[in-house]
Design a protein around this ligand. Structure first.
Ligand SMILES: Cc1cc2nc3c(=O)[nH]c(=O)nc-3n(C[C@H](O)[C@H](O)[C@H](O)COP(=O)(O)O)c2cc1C
Length: 188
């Protein structure tokens, strides 16, 4: 089968590219807004850019605002203006909460409480960590690239400054997160 991309609809493009580029890790990202409120959202357009210095990328797609204009998502705004975040690698057990925090609207405090999510202070950034995640990467905002014209995504580069991994992931001084890998996702 061959697919010239130029003839595909947006949903066909989405299905094809996300079906072909697998597996995609999930970054479950906490960030804080100007008032200090914690925001949580999952991102699968996430990967390593460099190990020295340690840099990862998050592609935060623009969403359509009520007036039809493209709007930055809260995670992008918080990172660009607030300067840091924590990227968690969720486990199977977190799948319902990951999906609940990836819906269109930011989770309210009541929703966060209902999901049973709790937070602890990070060691090197202002944004708190989600408790009971096997891996937490504390990161500082490094660079922002507005992608395409009109802009379709905010590509955010984050420098990782501190890493937590649960002790039971460690074997021979390396981190082995396989038992914690989240189920393959079918969303961006
Ligand atoms: C599993 C999963 C993966 C997702 N990956 C992405 C992604 O890579 N980029 C993106 O822009 N949105 C992605 N989303 C949607 C965002 O999580 C969703 O738009 C979220 O509400 C953004 O929250 P924010 O406005 O608080 O940043 C994903 C959703 C789910 C459930």
């Amino acid at each position: 089968m061959e697919w010239p991309v130029a003839i595909l609809s947006p949903s066909e493009k989405y299905n094809l590219i996300t079906d072909c580029v697998v597996p995609r890790p999930i970054a479950w990202v906490t960030s804080i807004d100007a008032a200090g409120k914690i925001n949580i959202a999952p991102f699968s357009y996430f990967n390593i850019v460099s190990s020295e210095p340690m840099i990862v990328s998050l592609s935060v797609n623009r969403r359509l605002g009520q007036d039809g204009s493209s709007e930055q998502k809260d995670t992008a705004l918080n990172l660009i203006h607030g300067g840091d975040c924590v990227i968690h690698i969720p486990s199977h057990d977190h799948a319902p909460a990951v999906h609940a925090t990836g819906s269109g609207t930011p989770p309210s405090q009541a929703q966060i409480d209902a999901l049973g999510l709790q937070f602890s202070p990070s060691l090197q950034v202002k944004t708190p960590r989600i408790d009971n995640c096997a891996v937490a990467l504390e990161g500082r905002f490094l660079q922002h690239i507005e992608v395409a014209q009109p802009i379709v995504a905010d590509l955010i580069l984050v420098e990782i400054v501190h890493i937590y991994a649960a002790d039971d992931l460690l074997h021979n001084e390396r981190v082995h997160p396989e038992p914690y890998a989240i189920a393959a996702n079918k969303k961006p």
